[in-house]
Ligand binder design. Structure first.
Ligand SMILES: Nc1ncnc2c1ncn2[C@@H]1O[C@H](COP(=O)(O)OP(=O)(O)OP(=O)(O)O)[C@@H](O)[C@H]1O
Length: 250
């Protein structure tokens, strides 16, 4: 499903965000701390109503429909994805089925499938609050998958994950064939798994394009204030960054 942001403004935070992700594309949103990445996603999954501009899902203004209608198409893994009570892992993932009207048998199958896709089938009967940070993150990703969305919005999906699970989750997300908007801090992972990247700075999109177009030494210096070299990955050919380490001046 096509996702389009046109002039999305949030007073004091976002200053007219334009972004277009076509059906099946994986888009990364990168940028320094406080640049407006999470706020942009909040406008897409309707946790926040922009003061200006529109978010269009499949060409329709999300603000015009019911929240339940949006939830049928869009799943979000957010920084606010908390589970307060000690639900079991299966119960948490089953919450992803709420927007759908299907049979309990089918739902159980979808939930089990989502858990095994994130390597968490063995956790099904555990209490969510007893899990480690990375295990919790995988279960929350499973909850989003169980929603069977056409648009997946992910705020730092690799948070807490070890390198093996970071690669597995991003590869899984890429293989879903849905439209993905993901905030990623790791620029090398963003370059490896995204079709296009949008660099935010001060509440604006300052660059959009393929990883190769966007991740240049100039942009990294201007936006992130770091020095970097761009090399090609020897097997995949995707651009990867080598950073110059800063010397301590203390
Ligand atoms: N509800 C709010 N009230 C006031 N300021 C806010 C609110 N939400 C976000 N901000 C501010 O807006 C700016 C952008 O926040 P946002 O969370 O979108 O940044 P981000 O790019 O996701 O940052 P990070 O990389 O640190 O997660 C920050 O300066 C933040 O403090």
């Amino acid at each position: 499903m096509d996702v389009r942001l046109e002039g999305v403004t949030v007073d004091g935070i976002l200053r007219g965000i334009d972004l277009h992700a076509r059906d099946h594309e994986v888009h990364g949103i990168v940028g320094p701390n406080g640049s407006g990445k999470s706020t942009t996603l909040r406008c897409v999954y309707r946790a926040l109503r922009p003061s200006g501009g529109v978010v269009l899902l499949g060409g329709r203004d999300v603000a015009a429909g019911k929240v339940r209608d949006t939830a049928e198409h869009l799943a979000a893994l957010t920084q606010d994805s908390h589970v307060e009570f000690d639900f079991t892992v299966t119960e948490v993932v089953a919450m992803g089925r709420l927007p759908h009207r299907t049979t309990p048998g089918h739902d159980a199958e979808v939930v089990a499938g989502a858990l095994s896709r994130v390597d968490a089938a063995h956790l099904a009967h555990r209490g969510f609050l007893t899990l480690s940070g990375g295990e919790r993150q995988r279960v929350l990703i499973a909850r989003a998958l169980a929603q069977q969305p056409r648009v997946l919005v992910l705020d730092e999906p690799t948070n807490h994950l070890d390198i093996s699970h970071q690669l597995a989750v991003l590869s899984l997300v890429r293989g879903l064939g849905v439209t993905v908007l993901a905030v990623l801090h790791d620029l090398n992972l963003a370059a490896a798994y995204c079709d296009r990247l949008h660099v935010l700075d001060g509440g604006r999109v300052v660059r959009s394009g393929t990883p190769e177009e966007v991740l240049t030494p100039e942009v990294l210096h201007e936006v992130f204030d770091v020095r970097a070299h761009v090399v090609r990955h020897p097997t995949s050919g995707v651009p990867q960054l080598l950073f110059d380490h800063r010397e301590s001046t203390a």
